[in-house]
Design a protein around this ligand. Structure first.
Ligand SMILES: Cc1cc2nc3c(=O)[nH]c(=O)nc-3n(C[C@H](O)[C@H](O)[C@H](O)COP(=O)(O)OP(=O)(O)OC[C@H]3O[C@@H](n4cnc5c(N)ncnc54)[C@H](O)[C@@H]3O)c2cc1C
Length: 474
């Protein structure tokens, strides 16, 4: 292996992709500089994405549970919400995590620069520090980890605090009386869930025929049913034609075949219609980096761009735009630069929607199999037959395995139900290990747990599930 210990590496962007790359590169003995505008590493995920949203969703779940407790003979008074304390708790979580990353960065002797980077050429960055000083620095390798930002629809752009994106929605400046969420993707539904739990009347509008486009419909159905109760309305096959600010709110004009009320006024509107890669880095045109039609930087399996000195990872290189994909790519890029023989070629990247119920899937989905005309067998286990689901009063869930009929290999796993996001890891491991349905069926799972439903769905495939009456093989 060539001696790489003398190499200097700059990482642009301190999100889960960038800091993972920087920290591992330092651990591998490289000289690392990490550049990000925030005071500490963390990126979108820690400052205005995964972490603050999950902190608030935890509180939303608690409020929701307290409301359901009357089913179990426990009556709680309506919750009193102290918004400044809730905000400061959420901010405290973010501060602890990002502060911890700052310490880890120092311990590894990563040079952390609070500022922004632009390219002068393939090896030289122009760095503008947050304190106003500027300089140029040359590196042997540069990793671009600049992430993504919320997409904006020009016709829905109004300069008013009543129009929010995910970042301002997470700031939680107030709980409006009514909120329209434009976009039925995971970010809109998660934030809608938070606001609904805090007492806001939430409506969602989605231009396609179902929520969470891309996810299997049988996984979405239990969530849709529950959201119908928790949200004021869910408008499908509907677009927002116009938004206009008025003294008492935003007047929204809807368009679509199922529209009953063409115009409605909302206190606030959250636009959550996807994310765009941050690939417009100043000076990138002075390198050989190529950008694809959707704005993603093109990379090979080592995450190397068309410019041999430059690597790129995370949201800026493509879907799925998820933190765990970014950090694994970051690790691969660091190892590739250090001269290791590595490639980023996962068989399964899990996706989790942290609503209530949660939805999680990995590997092949039924939707994709149908699109590709691929023959599959699907084995489903309903949570109504799970003892654990009954004890927590959440029997609407379902676990399914997508199986290759010839080899009986597990190709995909889909779960809807409380805690699905924790359960899906077993599916990812099964797929990565090339597990057969038999392996899953023969793996003894602890009782009573929801994890049993993964084993039970494999038993359904063989017609040997004893907790339901369906003895025939599907
Ligand atoms: C509300 C919300 C909830 C989410 N929830 C989840 C979740 O539950 N699970 C999950 O897996 N994903 C979630 N995501 C997505 C996740 O946040 C991203 O996939 C992840 O942060 C991408 O990591 P990254 O390292 O590619 O970049 P980012 O985290 O986007 O970080 C990029 C960093 O680069 C900096 N930067 C940009 N340009 C420059 C420059 N020129 N110089 C220096 N620095 C620059 C940016 O300021 C930023 O700090 C969520 C996103 C949002 C918005």
């Amino acid at each position: 292996m060539a001696d790489t210990t003398q190499l200097s590496v700059a990482v642009i962007g301190g999100g889960p992709g960038g800091y993972a790359a920087a920290f591992l590169a330092a651990d591998l003995g490289l000289k690392v500089t990490l550049i990000d505008p925030e005071i500490n590493p963390g990126g979108v995920c820690l400052y205005r994405g995964c972490i603050p949203s999950k902190a608030l969703l935890h509180v939303a779940k608690l409020i929701d549970e307290s409301r359901h407790a009357s089913n179990w003979g426990i009556e709680y008074a309506d919750p009193k919400i102290d918004l400044p304390r809730l905000r400061s708790w959420k901010e405290g979580v973010v501060k602890k995590l990002t502060g911890g990353l700052g310490i880890l960065s120092k311990q590894r002797k990563v040079e952390y620069i609070q500022g922004k980077a632009a390219f002068e050429n393939s090896n030289t960055l122009h760095i503008t520090r947050s304190n106003g000083t500027e300089n140029s620095q040359t590196f042997d390798r540069i990793i671009i980890a600049t992430g993504s930002r919320p997409s904006i629809i020009p016709s829905l752009k109004l300069e008013t605090p009543r129009m929010m994106d995910s970042t301002s929605a997470l700031d939680l400046s107030e709980v409006p009386g009514t909120l329209l969420v434009i976009g039925g993707g995971y970010i809109g539904l998660e934030l809608g869930t938070v606001y609904a739990a805090l007492g806001c009347k939430v409506s969602v509008v989605e231009m396609l025929s179902g929520l969470l486009p891309g996810a299997d419909r049988d996984l979405v159905l239990p969530l849709h049913k529950r959201l119908e109760k928790g949200f004021d309305s869910i408008l499908l096959n509907t677009t927002v034609a116009a938004v206009k600010e008025e003294p008492n709110g935003i007047r929204v004009t809807f368009d679509g075949p199922e529209v009953k009320e063409r115009e409605k006024v909302f206190d606030k509107v959250l636009v959550s219609v996807g994310r765009k890669p941050n690939s417009e880095i100043p000076g990138l045109d002075k390198t050989q980096v190529k950008i694809g039609p959707r704005g993603f930087i093109q990379v090979n399996k080592q995450l190397q761009t068309d410019d041999p000195a430059i690597y790129a990872i995370g949201d800026v290189v493509g879907e799925p735009m998820l933190a765990h994909k970014a950090s694994h790519e970051g690790r691969t890029a660091a190892e590739a630069i250090a001269g290791h023989k590595v490639a980023f070629e996962p068989n399964a990247i899990p996706a989790v929607v942290f609503t209530d119920p949660e939805i999680a899937w990995c590997g092949l989905t039924e939707t994709l199999a149908q699109k590709d005309n691929r023959e599959i067998k699907v084995a489903k286990f309903p949570w109504a037959a799970s003892g654990r689901a009954l004890t927590i009063d959440r029997t609407e869930g379902m676990t399914k395995l997508i199986i290759d009929p010839q080899t009986e290999r597990v190709l995909g796993v889909g779960i809807v139900g409380a805690g699905a996001g924790e359960l899906i890891a077993e599916g990812v491991l099964a797929i990565e290990m090339g597990a057969l349905a038999k392996d899953v069926a023969l793996t003894i799972h602890p009782h009573p747990t929801l994890s049993e439903t993964v084993m039970n769905s494999a038993e359904v495939f063989f017609g040997t599930a004893t907790d339901i009456y369906r003895p025939k093989r599907p």
